[in-house]
Unconditional design. Structure first.
Length: 63
């Protein structure tokens, strides 16, 4: 048992977390526009928008 529920919601949050890490690790000048770059690594448009929202919140809190 992994301790994590195997639901679609959890899969989506894993993808969002992966997107947030991608945004944090990849400089803007290397990735280009964010949504197409996130879609290229397998996120849906909804997941891409959520990853951008979370990344923006993390950036705002770090200042």
């Amino acid at each position: 048992m992994t301790g994590r529920p195997a639901t679609e919601d959890h899969v989506e949050s894993d993808n969002v977390e992966r997107g947030v890490l991608f945004l944090a690790d990849t400089p803007r000048h290397l990735r280009g526009p964010a949504v197409p770059a996130l879609k290229a690594i397998g996120l849906t448009a909804k997941e891409s928008c959520e990853a951008l929202r979370v990344h923006g919140l993390k950036m705002a809190r770090s200042t």
